[in-house]
Design a protein around this ligand. Structure first.
Ligand SMILES: [Zn+2]
Length: 354
């Protein structure tokens, strides 16, 4: 940039050098920075000439202003010409590969997906296979084969959503009612029907019940079922498996406690509590001062279930467990309203780990 006062020679020299450099520009980005060097609002050649007007002696202001404007107009005209020419020369679609890329807006895993991924990772490492099954299920797989024959009171407890279309007859006999599955336990049956023991599976998936929507219930939620079958599988294996899972999921210090319970398809059955990870068992508001948090149901597979799938209950034994992933997510992240998982409110969803 010349320090001498603007005059016609200086204008001509700048215009000539602008044209020369523009012709040599290797990319649109280079051309843009060249243009900014001449015409930019700050620190450009034209801007510095404009600045000189203010400090110049009164008798020179007019001529400096004239040359500054002349230079500005000459550069602008050549720049406009360049833009038009390069637009015409641009490939179809006008893609300039030298421009910086646009940053794509990345999505975010849903908290239920985070929990499911984590659980699948833990159980996979313990040797479990992940299997999925149909959400439309027939009565036999959902109830009969799980030791819940017609009129069994446990069917009422599950508030089943039956469908209008019956299933065609299959090996168990007559055509029967279909439903949205009330639990993923029906996949225990489907898997054992098609596989010989040993079995070690977890079954994540959606289940449906005619529940009213409130803080802790929705008509559609997500379960993870586990099933292990083999020779000599014991209650100690069940407890050890759940303890290993709890330590991975909720922390090294976790302990588990089994309380007697009832499910038609396990005997004995138990509710499982995990020591409160917030107070480590001392008692706090999260565990309602008990030191324990109820988390899932489990038990040893009932012999009637093995008979339904053609396994010999005198040769094999096994355990099963099932839990609601919403409940796990609510406990793990301190969420107090299950409906938040389904409302797609970004202010909620963005609070969770990627
Ligand atoms: Zn506690």
């Amino acid at each position: 940039m010349s320090d001498s006062l603007p005059d016609q020679t200086a204008v001509d020299a700048h215009v000539a050098s602008f044209e020369r450099e523009l012709a040599a520009a290797a990319s649109a980005r280079d051309a843009q920075s060249l243009r900014d060097r001449y015409l930019g609002r700050k620190n450009s050649i034209v801007a510095s000439w404009m600045q000189q007007i203010g400090s110049a002696p009164p008798d020179q202001k007019k001529s400096i202003g004239r040359y500054a404007n002349e230079l500005k107009q000459a550069i602008e005209a050549r720049w406009k010409q360049y833009e038009e020419t390069s637009r015409d020369a641009a490939p179809a679609g006008g893609v300039d590969v030298t421009l910086p890329g646009r940053q794509p807006i990345l999505g975010h895993r849903h908290p239920l997906t985070v929990v499911r991924d984590r659980m699948e990772e833990i159980f996979t490492r313990m040797g479990f296979t992940i299997v999925e099954g149909p959400e439309v299920e027939d009565e036999w797989h959902c109830f009969d084969a799980l030791n819940m024959p017609a009129e069994h009171p446990a069917r009422d407890m599950q508030d089943t959503l039956y469908l209008a279309t019956p299933m065609p007859p299959f090996q168990a006999g007559d055509a029967m009612r279909t439903m949205l599955r009330t639990h993923t336990s029906s996949m225990q049956i489907r898997y054992m029907q098609t596989h010989e023991p040993p079995v070690r599976i977890v079954v994540p998936g959606k289940v449906y019940r005619k529940d009213d929507l409130d803080l802790t219930h929705t008509p559609n939620f997500t379960q993870m079922e586990g099933l292990v079958v083999g020779e000599g599988v014991s209650l100690a294996d069940l407890k050890g498996t759940l303890l290993a899972w709890a330590r991975e999921m909720f922390g090294e210090r976790s302990r588990v406690r089994l309380r007697p319970s009832f499910f038609p398809y396990t005997e004995p059955s138990a509710e499982v509590d995990i020591s409160c990870w917030s107070c480590d068992g001392a008692g706090c508001s999260m565990c309602k001062q008990s030191g324990w948090i109820e988390i899932l149901g489990c038990g040893m597979v009932h012999p009637a279930v093995f008979e339904a799938v053609g396994y010999d209950p005198d040769k094999v034994s096994g355990f099963a467990f099932g839990m609601g992933m919403e409940r796990v997510a609510m406990l793990k992240y301190g969420v107090d309203d299950i409906r938040l998982f389904y409302e797609n409110d970004l202010r909620f969803l963005e609070q969770f780990p990627l």
